[in-house]
Design a protein around this ligand. Structure first.
Ligand SMILES: Cc1ncc(COP(=O)(O)O)c(C=O)c1O
Length: 441
């Protein structure tokens, strides 16, 4: 068979899940692949942006600290861009791409997250995959939470040794896997690495770091925590879920990305000095790829400093999160187990009803949020994820709660079982058929 034969439109994710609705509903899903997936948010990054030609309240970007359009940071970046453009430095750090700026950023990160040393990584996803590879070899056993982000799962998939998963945040189950893993390494002569998250990005519940660290009293292992969603949000100063739970010392490899709270790009891992020195010489994504442009490094340093100098950003994020959660909970919506800033809304409904509800929110209530389906969440669940930021206003929150009140009533009445009305369908089809302008610049 030619590989290309597999690439049929029916195999695209949304269509695969909606085949049950038959050809009548097909036009929506053809369009939805450009409307629900790959939507284009336009305008200045912030609490309100333009979608499908209209201003809407955005609950869909991980701009937790509201730094995405910060004027001061923009001015720093413009200056840095004039000085270095996007090219400098050239090459991987190991060979020709090292600068004092990267070291300065690493030192400030170590200070912020209370670790001895830090290594800057180009991207979170790619950095994590490669970090797992650098830390382990074929004799080692990796145990990971089944709810972990794709970057951990994919890093583990590349691992040539044994890998065990435990049920999401189930410490008894983790303990069972630790017993198995301990037997395995007694034979192989390897070591155990546990990987989990500080805050799970979809469900918003924190990893049980405290309980996992306590297991060190019974078992020998090292702990890797991806705190992409806890860095800049958890702990009174935003220094992460480990600090928030009082167990930062028990985390052996603290990993986070600049792509969320810092609204930038790049990532890092912090650990003991000798461990970071070891990783530096074994992490292939950094050794065999061009380093981050100076522009990003300088901006990340300034972002970190700005963030640390403005503790009110974390306070405001949490106030907004609390208000939004409390308003939605009063409507009787299921917000799961989130104990972080993230606000998940679980709807026990079909794909069609969930998709229609999201469309209704966007088209008729000017509220933009993202939805997730199986396999991100269990089959039969439709998850709407709302991401508060420190720059959302009370007005945004009140309007959103009103919108959810209206769509919940419609959902309860079975309204979304119907096909979308003609005007809404046309709006979606028009949106999906807009051609790109000939030239962006
Ligand atoms: C938990 C987690 N880890 C890693 C990443 C990837 O980070 P980056 O966007 O820097 O590649 C993400 C982004 O979605 C994430 O949610």
């Amino acid at each position: 068979m030619d590989l290309y034969e597999k690439f049929t439109p029916e195999k695209t994710p949304l269509r695969m899940l909606t085949v049950e609705h038959g050809p009548l509903y097909d036009p929506l899903y053809k369009a939805a692949e450009r409307y629900l997936l790959y939507p284009r948010l336009e305008g200045t990054l912030g609490n309100r942006m333009i979608f499908n030609g209209k201003e809407c309240i955005v609950w869909s970007i991980n701009n937790y600290a509201g730094l995405a359009s910060n004027e001061y940071l923009r001015s720093v970046e413009i200056k840095a861009c004039k000085e270095w453009s996007i090219a400098f430095p050239m090459g991987a750090r190991m060979f020709s791409g090292d600068t004092f700026a990267q070291h300065e950023l690493e030192a400030e990160l170590s200070d912020f997250v209370n670790k001895e040393a830090t290594l800057l990584l180009n991207y979170g996803y790619q950095g994590m995959v490669s970090l797992i590879d650098a830390l382990t070899d074929i004799k080692d056993v990796i145990i990971y939470d089944a709810g972990c982000h794709a970057c951990i799962v994919d890093g583990v998939r590349l691992h040539a040794g044994k890998r065990l998963s435990y049920l999401h945040n189930d410490i008894d189950n983790l303990e069972k896997q630790l017993v198995r893993a301990t037997r395995m390494i007694e034979k192989s002569g390897g070591a155990i690495l546990i990987a989990t998250e500080g805050v799970f990005g979809m469900s918003g519940d924190q990893g049980k770091l405290k309980e996992i660290v306590q297991l060190k009293e019974k078992f020998t292992f090292r702990l890797l925590v991806d705190d992409a969603h806890g860095f800049g949000t958890m702990g009174t100063d935003g220094s992460g879920a480990g600090v928030h739970q009082g167990v930062q010392d028990g985390i052996d490899f603290y990993f986070a990305t600049f792509a969320k709270s810092m609204a930038s790009i790049g990532a890092f891992v912090s650990s003991d000095k000798h461990a970071v020195d070891y990783i530096r010489f074994g992490i292939r994504s950094q050794m065999f790829a061009k380093t981050l442009p100076m522009l990003y490094v300088v901006s990340n340093l300034e972002r970190l400093r700005y963030f640390r100098n403005h503790p009110e950003l974390v306070d405001q994020l949490w106030e907004n999160s609390r208000k939004l959660k409390s308003g939605l909970a009063k409507l009787g919506l299921d917000l799961g187990k989130s104990d972080s800033q993230i606000v998940p809304v679980y709807l026990n409904t079909s794909v069609k009803e969930g998709a229609n509800l999201i469309v209704d929110l966007r088209e008729n209530y000017n509220v933009f949020c993202s939805g997730a389906l199986y396999p991100v969440v269990p089959m039969g669940i439709f998850l709407l994820r709302l991401i508060p930021t420190s720059i959302h206003t009370d007005e945004d929150i009140i309007e959103t709660i009103k919108a959810f009140k209206a769509v919940k009533e419609k959902l309860d009445q079975g309204f979304y079982k119907n096909d979308l009305d003609e005007a809404t369908m046309n709006s979606i089809l028009n949106y999906a058929s807009i051609e790109a302008p000939e030239k962006i610049l």
